[in-house]
Design a protein around this ligand. Structure first.
Ligand SMILES: [Zn+2]
Length: 397
């Protein structure tokens, strides 16, 4: 049976692989934040975080660690979920108070997105929409240290900020290699404070990132390495963190897996599960991880009629011990989809669209919007509006 590397026909693939983010991993690795900021010649630091992280005590600890290194710190602690352009503007106002030279993003994906968004405006001026797309920043950007507290979006290993335009309600993906964090501090102990629902949603999201990046049209032999290892770690780790939230070793698996999946996204983009999920979040307020998890098994079954994708799914299932080496790609793909559904049940996440509040009458509008999503173009099988409608209908039953 051909391996994934063989299946992706390296002879016809071209890539430019450059790891941009230094990864510092370990329990209590956050203790090094002052020393690492000083290495980046920091003098005046902006800490970007949210009220929950302040309540958990993480923000106060990081401020103390930075100040112990004689660094001046100003904190923006009002990051909102799915951050908007207003949120970024308020963050920029705080940054200007201290004429900062370094940014630390502490929290989930929203804190990282706000930190990156602020960095664009602060260093290159203008408005967030000026950076919608890839590589729109002309001037150098400030060094960013990313410290995730969820396992997770993998945003600490990506150069994209997802910011919602307050006027148009469009979710803008603003990416530039200069926006990537210079250092990501991966401290499993920081993720112990995640509420159970966040553990479930962010964990399923990380698994979805591994599965989607594994098969996209943009995948390369390098991105595939990260997708596979991310999948192996997160599929093993999620049941453990759900059963024993204090298991630091399992938390480490999820945090590292999420970061590796982030590197995979940076090099491979995402697929149709994310395209189908975004309209659910926009119309019904469904949490990102819930929406992606719900659609993912249906996308796996849809994509598995593509022979190469089915082989890649088989590789994933094999590496995670979900199928046996005698299973054909179609059988292995079905086992993968079934295993993902089992994980949704375990995480007490919905498997039906009705749980989001969607009805039959909503499907055409949802399908039209899913078809227009940026990530749809990278899915291995091209999808029409009718395809998306069929997938939603299956998820509704
Ligand atoms: Zn996601």
């Amino acid at each position: 049976m051909a391996s994934d590397a063989e299946a992706s026909s390296p002879g016809s693939v071209s890539f430019d692989f450059m790891p941009r983010t230094r990864l510092v991993f370990g329990v209590n690795a956050v203790e090094r934040v002052g020393e690492l900021a000083a290495e980046l010649s920091a003098k005046r630091v902006l800490l970007v975080t949210d009220p929950g992280i302040v309540s958990a005590g993480h923000a106060g600890r990081v401020i103390q660690l930075l100040e112990r290194q004689n660094l001046k710190v100003v904190c923006f602690d009002q990051v909102e979920e799915n951050p908007s352009t207003h949120c970024v503007e308020r963050c920029v106002d705080v940054a200007r108070l201290l004429n900062i030279d370094t940014i630390v993003g502490l929290g989930g994906g929203s804190s990282m997105d706000t930190a990156k968004g602020c960095n664009f405006i602060l260093t290159n001026g203008g408005q967030m929409k000026d950076y919608w797309g890839i590589g729109k920043a002309k001037l150098p950007m400030l060094p960013l240290i990313a410290i995730p507290t969820t396992g997770g979006t993998g945003s600490e290993c990506q150069s994209f900020a997802l910011i919602t335009d307050n006027q148009t309600h469009q979710k803008m993906a603003c990416g530039d290699p200069k926006a990537a964090a210079r250092i990501a501090i991966l401290d499993p102990a920081l993720t112990l404070s995640q509420p159970p629902q966040v553990t479930a949603c962010s964990g399923i999201d990380a698994i979805a990132h591994a599965v989607e990046t594994a098969v996209t049209k943009r995948r390369t032999p390098f991105s595939s390495l990260f997708s596979r290892e991310a999948f192996r770690l997160t599929v093993a780790g999620l049941p453990r963190v759900l059963a024993a939230p204090g298991d630091v070793d399992a938390r480490g698996k999820m945090l590292l897996g999420a970061a590796l999946a982030g590197i995979a996204i940076e090099n491979s983009m995402l697929g149709a599960a994310h395209s189908a999920a975004n309209p659910l979040t926009a119309h019904f307020g469904t949490a990102h991880g819930k929406a992606v998890g719900l659609m993912l098994p249906h996308i796996v079954r849809f994509n598995s009629s593509d022979a190469l994708s089915a082989q890649v799914y088989r590789d994933l299932a094999l590496v995670a011990g979900i199928c046996s080496s005698s299973d054909a790609p179609d059988v292995a793909s079905e086992k993968l989809a079934g295993h993902l559904e089992g994980l949704l049940d375990l995480a007490r996440l919905p498997r039906s669209l009705t749980d989001c509040g969607a009805h039959n009458g909503d499907l055409t509008r949802l399908a039209e919007e899913a078809c227009g999503q940026w990530t749809a173009q990278f899915n291995p099988r091209t999808l029409t509006t009718e395809d998306f409608r069929g997938l939603y209908a299956r998820a509704l039953s």
